[in-house]
Design a protein around this ligand. Structure first.
Ligand SMILES: Cc1ncc(C[n+]2csc(CCOP(=O)(O)OP(=O)(O)O)c2C)c(N)n1
Ligand SMILES: [Mg+2]
Length: 798
């Protein structure tokens, strides 16, 4: 493995340890304190707080210890306020400890680590009180989002969208080595290469351990070349200053070879066993090497243990040199920093240490080594060998901490009172969406200028083509449309350049959702609000589902337009026919799901969506659209109807008072519901036809009303409760959706009505739509059958 030797910094004065950097003594002292606080925070949570539920609290002392030096160097020296960071999930105690030392985190947050209202187990943008740039937790995602963040920062910068005082920063991920087992990291690297991404650092805490075990030795030689293949610089930080010095002694070359060839598992085991074990092993393996007996004799067991575990990732000088040498370059850079999981703690190197906790006796021992007095466990400078005043003045000058909080408040983008409404006799929601965006693209409005579209290689087939024709594809470099220059006739003319407002991605839904998240956080992170609209095929939401969840968890704001969906994809077959996405839409927090049937509904919802994406209490929006052309109603929406569409439902045909039946539909099955309803009217003249535009909003409204009543407002009524109120007490509902029937079946519980829920609960197959609707029971006949059965039941019961 190659190691770059890096130039030392310009000397100032010489410090105690013989170094030339005056602040090293302070950094070393604070590094020690950060380790202590992180470990103590976890200990306090597990051993010193009440646990009324008897559940283990946990926390990761070993994972924290492994990254202390790297984070100390970054936060207390290298980072600038404009840099944006994703910290590996289990490094969260270290982050809290650092912010606490900087005066930007409250003590009670540390004391309540993992308790209600306290610091979160993993860094959280939305739940932590300190200023977290990107949440982490699901390994791999925090790594990749920094790459997309860099792309977004360039998008904002090249278009001059942010106020001039916003500086360009670097996007930094602090990465657990096992995170590189996640494929999404490599998907992101490929996409980053295509977009010539700049200003990203991934700092890998290469402790060669994951959760279960010690990882394969040979993997990282491959990983290094993978990075280089996609244009990254790789800086390997392998040995610290002590070992480097030992390698210069007689026998040093052999010692280096021995460590280089030492399998990870043996290295870890010897680290855990300590100095005596190192001595025995080296004496045996290097018995004939001149200089080794002297080297062993010069070190007692403790010193030998320190020497043999002196990896660069725990050597702050080596770490600083590496970062500072790379700082002048904007090439994406990966630092592979060799570390030891649990470094400085009694279980260092033990393969089972991931969830290991120091027991009270070990903690007492550490406390005494750290010279921390009883009752002084939380004191910021207790037991350090640098004067408190010096440490205070050092901390006061830390570049990263000069701005706090570091986020931006980006002004809202004005949303017009109505969006352009395409007119046509028949139109699908997908085409309607494309036309609305096409019309918007022709306007010079703040809204149109801040929309960014993106798609994982389905731009044309999701009807974004018109928008892209007008607004162009974003590229850091201006590129010609060769087909156009060569006068090849095409419907699509895509100008590539910095003005473009569409980001074209390869087919990787993880990347798609991570870029949506990064774009949706552009306001707070880069000072310019963007309104991302991403299109993909509805079934492939599931492919990127964890990244979608991750985007929502951080409260990124975007509009997800998923089309085609359900059986309406007909001939495409079962593999592509989404069934349970409505349930995802309902279940996903911070994402509001709509499934309109008509274009006036869609335009109303999109307009509301642009406002909701900007509302401090809002969220993201998911539109489940279809390619099925439907005859459009001829009507003008009044304010009441528009509000009902947003609340989630309205009566397309209102029921008579005490009606005994209603048909309820959502989305593209509207024609079947309308037809069945028209036929039923012959027998049940009062039957109603309810159009549901958002099962999600309806359900949320129902829950909210129940909460209001519980809180003392007995008259509170949800929109769906008001809508169903005219029906007879023993009325029946037939619900129908091209998706899982559970999406609407709960409606029976609202007014205690009987329900027959139609929908799809088995994989689809290739066929024309009428055949599929017949086979899966969504056609008018089936709706009529269901209604008849419910009505007969009612007569029998009477
Ligand atoms: C997607 C996902 N799968 C599984 C986990 C559970 N998990 C948490 S940490 C971890 C291993 C982490 O190893 P590494 O990244 O090397 O971090 P270290 O603790 O060694 O620094 C696993 C499997 C998770 N958080 N996310
Ligand atoms: Mg690891």
């Amino acid at each position: 493995m190659t190691q770059r030797r890096l130039p030392a910094k310009t000397p100032a004065t010489v410090d105690r340890a013989g170094s030339t950097d005056p602040s090293l003594a302070a950094l070393r002292a604070l590094e020690r304190k950060i380790l202590w606080l992180a470990v103590w925070m976890i200990h306090n949570a597990n051993h010193l707080r009440d646990h009324p539920d008897g559940l283990k609290v946990g926390g990761h002392q070993a994972s924290s210890a492994s990254i202390v030096t790297l984070m100390t160097a970054l936060y207390l020296r290298v980072l600038r306020p404009e840099d944006r960071v994703a910290v590996k999930p289990h490094g969260s105690p270290v982050l809290h400890a650092i912010q606490y030392l900087l005066g930007h985190q409250a003590l009670d947050q540390l004391q309540n680590f993992r308790a209600l209202g306290g610091a979160q187990s993993y860094p959280s943008r939305t739940k932590d009180t300190l200023d977290v740039d990107y949440s982490t937790g699901s390994v791999g995602l925090g790594v990749a989002i920094t790459l997309f963040g860099a792309l977004v920062q360039d998008y904002v910068r090249l278009k001059n969208l942010a106020p001039p005082e916003v500086k360009q920063g670097r996007l930094v991920a602090l990465v657990g080595d096992a995170e590189l087992d996640e494929g999404n990291v490599f998907e992101a690297m490929l996409e980053g290469w295509k977009h010539d991404v700049r200003n990203v650092w991934w700092v890998i805490d290469y402790n060669r351990q994951s959760l279960d075990s010690v990882v394969s030795d040979r993997l990282f030689t491959r990983i290094e070349s993978l990075f280089e293949t996609v244009g990254w610089k790789v800086v390997t930080l392998k040995y610290g200053k002590l070992l480097e010095a030992a390698f210069e002694r007689p026998g040093g070359a052999a010692l280096r070879r021995w460590i280089d060839n030492c399998p990870n598992s043996l290295y870890s085991a010897l680290t855990f066993k300590g100095g005596a074990a190192w001595r025995e092993r080296l004496a045996r393996d290097l018995v004939n090497v001149a200089g080794i007996p002297e080297l062993l004799a010069d070190h007692d067991d403790a010193a030998l243990g320190r020497l043999m575990t002196n990896l660069a990732g725990h050597d702050i000088e080596a770490v600083l040199e590496a970062f500072e040498a790379a700082a002048g370059d904007d090439a994406p850079t990966c630092f592979i920093a060799y570390t030891i999981k649990g470094y400085g703690l009694p279980f260092a190197g033990h393969k089972d240490n991931h969830a290991g906790l120091l027991n009270p006796a070990q903690m007492a021992q550490l406390k005494s080594e750290m010279r921390v007095g009883d009752g002084k466990e939380w004191e910021r400078f207790e037991g350090l060998d640098v004067a408190a005043s010096e440490l205070e003045s050092f901390l006061a000058r830390v570049p990263f901490a000069q701005v706090f909080p570091r986020g931006h408040a980006a002004p809202a983008i004005e949303v017009p009172a109505a969006l352009p409404l395409p007119t046509a006799e028949r139109l699908s929601t997908q085409e309607g969406f494309g036309r609305i965006l096409f019309e918007l693209a022709g306007t010079r409005t703040p809204l149109a200028d801040r929309i960014v579209t993106l798609s994982p290689d389905v731009t044309v087939s999701t009807n974004l083509g018109g928008w892209v024709n007008r607004r162009g594809v974003f590229d850091r470099n201006e590129r010609a449309d060769v087909f156009r220059e060569e006068k090849v006739v095409s419907t699509y003319s895509w100008q590539l350049g910095q003005k473009g407002q569409h980001i074209e991605l390869g087919i990787a839904e993880n990347n798609f959702f991570l870029l949506m998240a990064a774009l949706g956080l552009s306001g707070p992170l880069f000072g310019a609000r963007l309104l991302p609209i991403g299109t993909l095929y509805d079934p492939f939401i599931e492919r990127g589902l964890d990244a979608l969840n991750y985007a929502c968890y951080q409260d990124a704001r975007f509009m997800l337009v998923a089309t085609p969906s359900g059986l309406t994809l007909a001939p495409e077959g079962g593999a592509h026919q989404s069934i349970k996405t409505p349930l995802i839409g309902m279940g996903q927090d911070k994402l509001t799901y709509f499934e309109p049937a008509f274009i006036d509904e869609l335009a109303t919802i999109m307009r509301w969506g642009f406002a909701h994406m900007q509302d401090p209490h809002g969220g993201s929006v998911y539109l489940r659209l279809s390619t099925r052309p439907l005859e459009q109603p001829k009507r003008a929406l009044d304010a009441g109807l528009a509000a009902a569409i947003i609340d989630g439902a309205y009566w397309l045909k209102p029921p008579a008072p005490d009606a005994e039946l209603a048909i309820v539909y959502a989305g593209a099955v509207a024609p079947e519901a309308i037809e069945a309803h028209a036929q039923i009217l012959e027998d049940v003249p009062g039957a109603g036809l309810l159009a549901v535009t958002s099962p999600d909003r309806l359900h949320a409204g129902w829950r909210a009303a129940a909460t209001e009543r519980r809180e003392g407002r007995p008259d509170a009524r949800a929109p769906i409760e008001q809508l169903l109120a005219p029906l007879a007490r023993d009325a029946a509902l037939v619900t129908v959706i091209d998706g899982h029937p559970a999406t609407l079946s709960w409606l029976g519980a609202v007014g205690r009505h009987r329900v027959h829920a139609l929908g799809v609960d088995h994989f689809g197959q290739s066929a024309d739509l009428p055949s599929l609707y017949r086979v899966y029971g969504l056609d008018a006949d089936r709706i009529l059958d269901a209604a008849a059965a419910l009505l007969v039941e009612r007569v029998r019961a009477a």
